[in-house]
Design a protein around this ligand. Structure first.
Ligand code: UT7
Length: 363
């Protein structure tokens, strides 16, 4: 009986993005500024990635959670609700304030709504974290479980980058920021989230990863490289001196493999969403791809035969902000009038894991 009722509700309700907002820190870091620390150039970064500048948070006064909270406050105000109306929190990030607990509870505390004791879920799906979070939120809303879900994607990459030349392939790409939205049910069958599609393949898990600190003890990649676990105690330690000495505490990326995989998975997962709903790529009013690299977005645009005005890009200003990149882009597109009532919006992401996904939304 309950199952039947859930199914009925799921058919009747759709999930609507009621509001979308973003927060980016004030400090602008240009490509030229990075040349002070590593052997790189403005020309190389622009040509290979499209990035002109990115933002870095104030490391003494900001964290991933506080940036998420600033974006959340705006999203809550724009949705016309109060913080106390939020009945569930979903937080996607790969650069959490702490190893644990996750950012969801820290955001709840920063917003001053601990008394409500609403649930807080942390998502660890890197660049596709926002799409995964949206898909989960959609299921909760459509089953009638929650009415005001706060979904946040935020990153403070600047605290975990290698600023030597060795780290340049990763460091120049990433920036800090946060995006947030309020998701609500709607009975209007012709609007809201129409479909979501999630994928993963762990074959290349270490090719775009920050593998330390972790519990692996060298299991996957060799103890010689990562240091043998301490045999004098029954357990181990997340960070060994060898990891510190060998500079193994920053993210690593095999850029070309990620690039080649991304340019096939992005179009495939977008086509999957179109097929599921019966739309064609020409029906998309705006594609908001995860801002990974301007060349990746150009590939996807070409593959789907989209016009320039159908694809949104702001990587030039913010770099790659991972889980925050889609909500920041969506928020800016909305502010600029590029998302209008009833427009067909497509979002798609690909990244570490590898994980990827897409969603089609009737605004
Ligand atoms: O959001 C998560 C998903 N991430 C992505 O989607 C990223 C996908 N990958 C990429 O966007 C590109 O592969 C990168 C932008 C990371 C790199 O661009 P690339 O055209 O694939 O360059 P590459 O890694 O093949 O390196 C080419 C050369 C190398 O020098 P040599 O060996 O040819 O002498 C690198 O050492 O460029 C060098 N290089 C740099 N030079 C100046 C790498 N990084 C830099 C740098 N500045 N920052």
């Amino acid at each position: 009986m309950l199952y039947w009722l859930y199914n009925r509700l799921a058919l009747m309700l759709r999930t609507r993005i009621k509001s979308i907002a973003h927060y980016v820190p004030e400090q602008i870091v240009t490509n030229d500024y990075l040349t002070k620390y590593m052997d790189t150039s403005d020309e190389w970064i622009r040509e290979r990635t499209g990035i002109e500048e990115r933002r870095y948070a104030d490391k003494h006064n900001e964290t991933t959670s506080t940036m998420g909270a600033r974006a959340a406050e705006k999203a809550i105000a724009e949705a016309g609700i109060t913080k106390e109306d939020v009945d569930f929190i979903i937080f996607a990030t790969l650069s959490p304030d702490y190893y644990f607990p996750g950012c969801g509870v820290l955001l709840q505390r920063e917003l001053g709504i601990t008394e409500m004791e609403v649930g807080a879920l942390d998502i660890r799906n890197q660049c596709s974290g926002f799409v995964y979070g949206l898909s989960i939120a959609d299921k909760f809303i459509r089953t009638g479980t929650y009415k005001n879900i706060l979904l946040v994607g935020a990153e403070m990459h600047s605290m975990g980058l290698d600023f030597s030349t060795e780290g340049r392939g990763v460091t120049v790409i990433f920036g800090d920021g946060a995006g947030a939205c309020i998701l609500q049910p709607t009975e209007d069958e012709n609007r809201g989230i129409l479909t979501t599609h999630l994928h993963a393949n762990g074959t290349h898990a270490e090719e775009l990863a920050m593998i330390n600190p972790g519990s692996h003890g060298g299991y996957y990649l060799g103890k010689e490289k990562y240091g043998y676990p301490d045999e004098s105690v029954p357990g181990g330690i997340f960070v060994t001196q060898k990891m510190v000495d060998d500079n193994l505490l920053a993210g690593n990326m095999t850029g070309q493999l990620v690039f080649k995989t991304a340019v096939t998975k992005f179009p495939a997962v977008i086509k999957e969403a179109l097929k599921a709903t019966g739309y064609k790529s020409s029906d998309i009013d705006l594609l908001i791809p995860h801002q990974a690299n301007l060349r990746i977005s150009a590939f996807v645009q070409k593959r789907l035969e989209l016009r320039d005005d159908q694809v949104f890009s702001n990587i030039q200003k913010y770099g790659n902000t991972t889980a925050a990149s889609i909500p920041i882009a969506m928020s800016e597109a909305f502010e600029q009038g590029k998302i209008k009532d009833r427009d067909l919006i497509c979002i798609a992401a690909f990244g570490s894991g590898f994980t990827w996904g897409s969603a089609l939304i009737r605004w």
